[in-house]
Each structure stands twice: as C-alpha cells, then as structure tokens.
Design a protein around this ligand. Structure first.
Ligand SMILES: CC(C)(COP(=O)(O)OP(=O)(O)OC[C@H]1O[C@@H](n2cnc3c(N)ncnc32)[C@H](O)[C@@H]1OP(=O)(O)O)[C@@H](O)C(=O)NCCC(=O)NCCS
Length: 184
C-alpha cells in the first residue's frame, strides 16, 4: 500500500471512496441493507463535504492523503484548519476506505500517516467526531478531558481530541470546525 498526498486529478477517485464508504454506513444505520447493493441515488454528505472543504480557506493540501493500491485510490483522509478560541488547531475528517478494502489496515495506515504529518508540522491538537470504539487506539480521548468541547453541544458525546507534541494545556474552550462542516 502506498500513502501519498492528494494530487490534482484525484478528486473523482476521492469522491468514489467516500461514496462507497459512507453509503454503507448510512445503509446500515437505516437497516436498509439493499442500499449497498443497488445504485445509491443521493451521495452521502461526505462527498460534498470534501469538495466544499477543498475550496475553503481551511483546506490544507499537505494534509489531504490517499492510500493507493495497484494504481487505485482506495482510501482518503483530510485534516483541515479549525480553531479553539484564538488557537489554530486541526479537525480530522472525513476519513473513508472503499468498502472492498475495509478491515485490511488501510484506515489505520491513513490515521498514522496524517497524524504523523500534523505532528511534524507542529500542530498542537486534532479534533474529530467519531466512533468511541475506533479512535482511542490512535491516542484520541474525549475532548472534555482536555477542556475542549465542540461548539455544537449535541456533538459532545462523540467529540474526541488528540494532543500532539506541540500541545499546550492553555488550549481549552469551544472547538470550531471549518464552515463547510456546518453547511451540510
Ligand atoms: C472507519 C474506517 C475508516 C476504518 O478503516 P479500515 O481500513 O476499515 O480500518 P482498519 O482495517 O485500519 O481497522 C480495522 C479495525 O477498525 C474497526 N472499525 C472499523 N470501523 C469502525 C467503527 N465505525 N467503529 C468502531 N470500530 C471500527 C474494526 O472493527 C477493526 O477493529 P480491530 O482492529 O480491533 O479488529 C472504514 O471502515 C470506513 O471507511 N468506514 C466507513 C466510513 C466511516 O465510518 N468513517 C469514519 C467516520 S467517523
């Protein structure tokens, strides 16, 4: 597996990754198993989210990464600029792996790569909304434990943060995502 930064020309393949990854998520969430087997008429919102983020000032080209296998893009993750009060931080997401490549280590490889890159860039904190069963293995803990909470209170239960080497305990308060996260 090859992990590299997103390049010009990857957008359609990245759309396809999230279309595959999140269609399955929404199908299982609604109990509609057949939705994974037939054409999904409406894209999951994560497809549009990545496109909007790419056009936003919060986009960080150095931190949008894909996994390539046999010249095929099978996974994608991006970190974008976010803020905790006056402190610039990062948000992670979406992350997606094509359903035909899940549970083979692709998602973990993307997580390690993008967190390592953020750490090397001296970013202090990464926040995300996600499964409490998946992200703690990458060092994420509930945001409330570091005094960082999302500015949408209903997100608090699944909001997690990862402190990187440049973490400063003064970074506390409301976590604000890039605007596209609020537009979906
Ligand atoms: C979540 C996702 C990115 C993980 O990538 P992956 O390549 O399948 O994961 P890996 O092979 O690296 O890791 C597999 C492990 O993750 C766990 N896992 C995968 N999705 C999970 C989830 N939603 N909740 C909890 N654990 C999850 C598996 O149970 C497995 O655990 P194990 O190592 O203890 O057996 C991928 O499954 C995906 O795209 N899912 C659909 C989209 C999604 O939910 N994105 C995240 C939104 S927060």
């Amino acid at each position: 597996m090859l992990i590299r930064r997103e390049r010009t020309g990857d957008a359609a393949a990245i759309d396809a990754v999230h279309r595959s990854a999140f269609a399955a998520t929404y199908a299982s969430a609604t109990g509609n198993a057949s939705a994974t087997a037939v054409h999904t008429p409406v894209d999951p919102p994560e497809v549009a989210l990545v496109r909007l983020l790419r056009e936003d000032s919060a986009w960080m080209p150095t931190l949008s990464m894909v996994v390539e296998q046999h010249d095929d893009v099978v996974g994608h993750v991006c970190l974008t600029r976010a803020a905790v009060g006056p402190f610039p931080v990062l948000s992670l997401g979406p992350i997606g792996v094509r359903t035909d490549h899940q549970a083979g280590g692709v998602g973990s490889a993307l997580m390690h790569a993008v967190l390592g890159a953020a750490d090397a860039l001296d970013e202090p904190v990464v926040g995300l909304l996600g499964s409490l069963g998946y992200y703690p293995r990458f060092g994420f803990l509930p945001g409330v434990r570091l005094g960082i909470t999302p500015d949408e209170p209903e997100w608090t239960s699944h909001f997690q943060v990862r402190a990187l080497s440049a973490y400063d305990p003064e970074i506390t308060g409301d976590f604000r995502y890039a605007e596209p996260f609020y537009e979906l």
